[in-house]
Ligand binder design. Structure first.
Ligand code: VG1
Ligand code: CO
Length: 543
């Protein structure tokens, strides 16, 4: 075994993981001992047996490579003798989840997801348990309290591991297995989807474009879409992961993926467009001149799930995060399967998936997934859509509008106010909590409030309770306004306002969402006093 040193350190009080791991400015992670301390605390709480295999990989952002060497040394220092790493230190979040499930007992994923990377950008780290899913709140709370008291960490004196060379490396009694980051994941996708049908669709002239946004999904998308499914070379754009994501913001939405959006709404638009985020767990799906709202995407996937081989036997149930629109609820009701409403963040789906109570789940924030792994999965969602298009032989737009005709339409929008001063954002939430007009029976924007509360979640599997998961105002006609503070931002606070309204049809299904929701949006801003309290007259991002 390698020589192990106990290094004295000072505790950090700010190592509290948020919605998805610990995310900070890169410079914060470069503070001496900062990363080491956090990894020591993760391993202290994880309590891996010496025979365990730890999976390690990240989205390739600046500091990824160095951090992986440090993590290997700390893991070895704590007696972990088998470590599996993606080549070059790369693993998308869903691929890491899959490797943990296949070979591992836990994993450490390095990512700040859609947040910009680079020396002036963000970095992040999180722990996933043996089921492949993000550690639950009980785990992350314990990590944070240990980090606030840690006095020393254990680190092995080891040479750098050759993470670019595939194969098993024996280093001072520690086995480091460097694997192709894509292979097992691509095989999993082939087992779930009808690749023959998708291949035929593409060879028949269906034109697609995938924007990897200079982030982790490039190698995955090139292998799967171009090599295995026969899409022409160049279908995947921005396909080489760069440490600073090309200076961009790898967030697949209408604002940050504007090049793709422009192409799909242009004259020579392809039939299908998609993008993924920094760590590969998000997806944005576009048809020709058509944007699929993520909440609708989940509903459409659920309604069409039996067309896909991996789900042909039927789905046990579905779940969505609370702010996600209720479009999938209507599908679940029609299919006579349960529908669960969880707090924001994928970790809350884990128990439901493990217990077999749900098969598909998703969030309004461009996240969709299933029981195939325990993370949301960007490329999986893209393949699911392609499979449905291939079987139904209809355009994306026709599939979605047909869905509305059958189930009605949940008009939906999200307003994000990024980097608002923390006290102003907290003030908005405090003000909303104290609002008298939010009593049931009050009329707002011509609608009657039936519930106004702060969302709490009782996990039906383990009985744990998560409180303060967003303020919600629910109206008699099913419309909702929700306010939440983000748990992934790294500067100031990000305030999110989610607005939804249902129209049963057949009239009124083809309106512009901003137009259809205008009154509710107005009411949401007026009630919350966001403009006057934050000084923001417009949101940073509208979805
Ligand atoms: C955001 C999204 C949430 C998602 C989370 C992690 O969290 O709203 O739905 O699960 O990001 O996604 P928040 O707390 O900022 O609203 V990712 O792709 O950043 O791992
Ligand atoms: Co992500």
């Amino acid at each position: 075994m390698p020589l192990v040193r106990d290094v004295p350190t000072t505790p950090f009080a700010d190592q509290k993981p948020g919605t998805s791991g610990l995310r900070k400015r890169t410079t914060v992670f470069q503070t001496p001992h900062y990363l080491e301390n956090f990894v020591q605390c993760l391993l202290d709480v994880a309590q891996l047996a010496p025979t365990s295999t730890l999976i390690v990989g990240g989205d390739g952002r600046y500091l990824n490579r160095e951090a992986i060497q440090t993590i290997i040394r700390i893991a070895a220092g704590n007696g972990v003798a088998r470590i599996m790493v993606g080549q070059g230190g790369l693993l998308s979040t869903p691929a890491a989840s899959h490797l943990i499930r296949l070979y591992g007992d836990g994993g450490i994923i390095l990512s700040a997801s859609h947040n910009p990377g680079g020396p002036d950008g963000d970095f992040g780290i999180k722990y996933n348990a043996a089921n492949g899913g993000p550690a639950p709140e009980s785990f992350t709370n314990e990590v944070a309290s240990r980090a606030a008291a840690l006095m020393s960490y254990r680190i092995a004196e080891m040479a750098d591991v050759p993470i670019d060379t595939i194969g098993e490396h024996q280093i001072d009694g520690v086995t480091v297995h460097v694997v192709d980051p894509v292979a097992d994941y691509a095989t999993l996708m082939e087992s779930l989807f009808d690749f023959d049908a998708i291949r035929q669709l593409i060879s028949g002239g269906f034109r697609l474009r995938f924007d990897a946004m200079h982030a982790i999904t490039g190698p995955y998308a090139i292998e799967i879409l171009e090599r295995r499914l026969g899409a022409t070379a160049g279908t995947v754009i921005n396909g080489t992961p760069l440490p600073d994501f090309g200076g961009g913001h790898p967030d697949p939405n209408l604002t940050y993926a504007h090049d793709l959006v422009d192409e799909l709404f242009g004259d020579e638009a392809p039939d299908f467009g998609a993008a993924s985020d920094g760590d590969g767990d998000r997806n944005m799906v576009l048809g020709q001149r058509f944007f699929v709202t993520p909440s609708d995407s989940l509903a459409v996937l659920a309604a069409n799930s039996t067309l896909v081989p991996g789900y042909a036997a039927g789905i046990a149930g579905v779940a969505r995060s609370m702010p996600t629109s209720a479009a999938v609820d209507r599908v679940a009701a029609a299919m006579d399967i349960p529908c669960f409403e969880t707090p924001t963040g994928w970790k809350f789906f884990g128990n439901l998936l493990d217990a077999g109570r749900i098969t598909l789940c998703g969030e309004e924030s461009f996240g969709t997934g299933s029981n195939h792994v325990r993370e949301k999965d960007g490329l999986w969602a893209v393949l699911f859509w392609l499979n449905i298009v291939a079987v139904r032989k209809q355009s994306v737009a026709d599939i979605v509008t047909g869905h509305w005709t059958r189930f009605g339409r949940n008009y939906y929008t999200r307003y994000d106010y990024e980097e608002v001063p923390s006290d102003a954002a907290a003030g908005v939430m405090q003000h909303l909590r104290g609002l008298q007009p939010m009593q049931p029976g009050t009329m707002v924007a011509g609608r009657e409030i039936t519930t106004a509360d702060e969302f709490s979640y009782l996990d039906p599997v383990d009985g744990s309770i998560s409180r303060n998961q967003g303020l919600r105002i629910i109206f008699a006609d099913g419309s909702r306004i929700i306010y939440r503070l983000s748990g992934t931002g790294t500067a100031g606070a990000t305030l999110r306002v989610y607005i939804e309204s249902y129209v049963g049809g057949p009239e009124g299904l083809d309106r512009d969402p901003q137009e259809a929701l205008r009154e509710l949006v107005h009411a949401a801003l007026e009630m919350s006093e966001i403009p006057s309290r934050t000084g923001r007259t417009a949101p940073t991002v509208i979805t």
